[in-house]
Design a protein around this ligand. Structure first.
Ligand code: PLP
Length: 453
């Protein structure tokens, strides 16, 4: 029997990323409030939010300073835009702050409201840039299988997941995908991580040469793949990839939408993994998920070209109503102030060994093939046979079942395609809460094992 709220949900909401048929029977988990790393449902049951919402609520759920920053800005200037040269203090100050934090050469910051929009803008800028430079054929974009970059038409085209392509008429022509850098699944027997990275780079080079380097504009990568299964690249991966990209003047776009702002124990994920991108997309934890904000960095060479284009064409024809929204900017400024003041990034780094040790121990579980992670992000891969790495029939929905058992244990985690389970708690999680999270996850795996038998 569904509750009143659940019935109204089923009657009215079209849910993102939900099996719409199953949802009519199961109904929603309705949350009412949150406090620290916990959220509470309408029955008052607490859960550890082991996914920081959708990889975003780095400061947890009841941060009064963020609420006050939003309230104060609402009272002062609730809306302001950046079109036609208009501006306002919060957007200016946030752009200054982000320019200071950026780990790559940055001339300007462009704001939007989501990760998808940020990555869509990256594609448009790569196209616009090459047109301006008289290279109208240099337009193809390379992503990776299992990469996730969002759902707008260009972002979903760069994404490498079946659910975002099948029957959506995507990817668009001109969007290619190379292999997932996943040593556990992709390496040959006995192949070292370094040798595997070199092989992936050689495959990328072959793809670029086959397509014609004069047709390839950009390569996009998350430092650690999130939605693909929390996949950490093999050692030496970005160094090897970057050498290839540099040879053919292919821009590297870092999708830092999950990894940015401390997730790997560094301000940006690329810093932990030797990534040197031309531009970087951010969203999610820039406001701790409290209000929507995304954006990207514009490097000096790109900015010079954009200015020259304005001299030729007039207006820079891109932007949204909410680009640089003052309330989102004020909340982001407060979020970054707290990250700095409370040493949140350093805290994530210092808690990572405990988190990763508890995660790695799950690799011994009877149904876990691999437990992998870095910083405060991790993924599990459930297998039917550890030796052959054989998976269960996808129709059995084993990862989804494990996540349902976790929910019964008071833990929210996320099932991902390929019987993977992701863990990505708020960065403020305390050591005893990390233990509670993994105790509950272990019990959920035990119950999954017993359910399979
Ligand atoms: N890029 C990455 C790495 C993501 O994980 C996501 C969302 O999960 C996106 C882009 C898309 O962001 P949004 O959902 O804000 O459009």
């Amino acid at each position: 029997m569904l509750s009143n709220l659940a019935t109204r949900d089923v009657e009215t909401l079209l849910h993102p990323y939900t099996n719409l048929s199953a949802h009519r029977g199961t109904g929603p988990l309705v949350l009412e409030r949150g406090d620290g790393v916990h959220v509470y449902d309408t029955e008052g049951r607490p859960y550890i939010e082991g996914m920081a919402g959708l990889w975003c609520t780095a400061l947890g759920y009841s941060n009064a300073e963020l609420a006050e920053a939003a309230r104060a800005q609402m009272g002062r200037l609730p809306f302001g835009h950046l079109f036609s040269g208009r501006s306002h203090d919060p957007a200016i100050e946030l752009a200054e702050t982000l320019k200071e934090l950026m780990p790559i050469p940055t001339s300007k910051i462009f704001f939007c409201s989501s990760g998808s929009e940020a990555n869509d803008t990256q594609v448009k800028l790569a196209w616009y840039y090459n047109n301006a430079l008289g290279r109208p054929n240099k337009k193809k974009i390379i992503g990776r299988l299992k990469g996730y970059h969002g759902v707008t038409v260009a972002s979903a085209s760069m994404t490498g997941l079946t659910a975002n392509h099948a029957d959506w008429d995507l990817p668009l022509p001109g969007f290619l995908h190379v292999a997932t850098p996943h040593h556990y699944r992709g390496a040959e027997p006995g192949e070292s991580e370094e040798a595997y990275s070199a092989r992936l780079a050689a495959d990328l080079e072959e793809t670029i040469l086959r397509e014609g380097p004069e047709t390839v504009a950009a390569f996009i990568a998350e430092p650690v793949m999130g939605a693909g299964g929390a996949i950490v690249p093999p050692r030496g991966y970005f160094e090897a990839i970057q050498a290839v990209l540099a040879r053919y003047e292919v821009r590297l776009i870092a999708d830092e939408v999950i990894c940015g702002f401390g997730r790997l124990g560094t301000w940006f994920g690329g810093q932990a993994l030797g990534m040197r991108a031309d531009s970087l997309s951010f969203a999610k934890a820039v406001t701790s998920g409290y209000v929507p904000l995304g954006g990207l960095s514009v490097d000096p060479a790109l900015y010079d070209v954009l200015v020259a284009q304005s001299e030729k064409l007039g207006t820079f024809g891109h932007g949204t109503t909410y680009s640089g929204h003052p309330v989102a900017s004020a909340v982001a400024l407060k979020t970054i102030e707290i990250y700095r003041r409370d040493r949140i990034v350093e805290g994530a780094a210092s808690k990572a060994p405990q988190f990763q040790a508890r995660l790695a121990a799950l690799a011994d579980h009877a149904i876990v093939g691999e437990a992998r992670g870095i910083g405060l992000i991790g993924g599990l891969e459930i297998v039917a046979d550890k030796a052959s790495k054989r998976q269960y029939d996808p129709k059995a929905g084993v990862a989804a079942r494990c996540v349902a058992f976790a929910q019964g244990e008071g833990l929210i985690v996320r099932p991902l395609a390929g019987d993977r389970v992701a863990v990505c708690p708020p960065l403020i999680i305390a050591p005893d809460e990390i233990d509670a999270l993994f105790d509950r996850l272990t019990r959920a795996l035990d119950r999954t094992r017993d359910w399979i038998r």
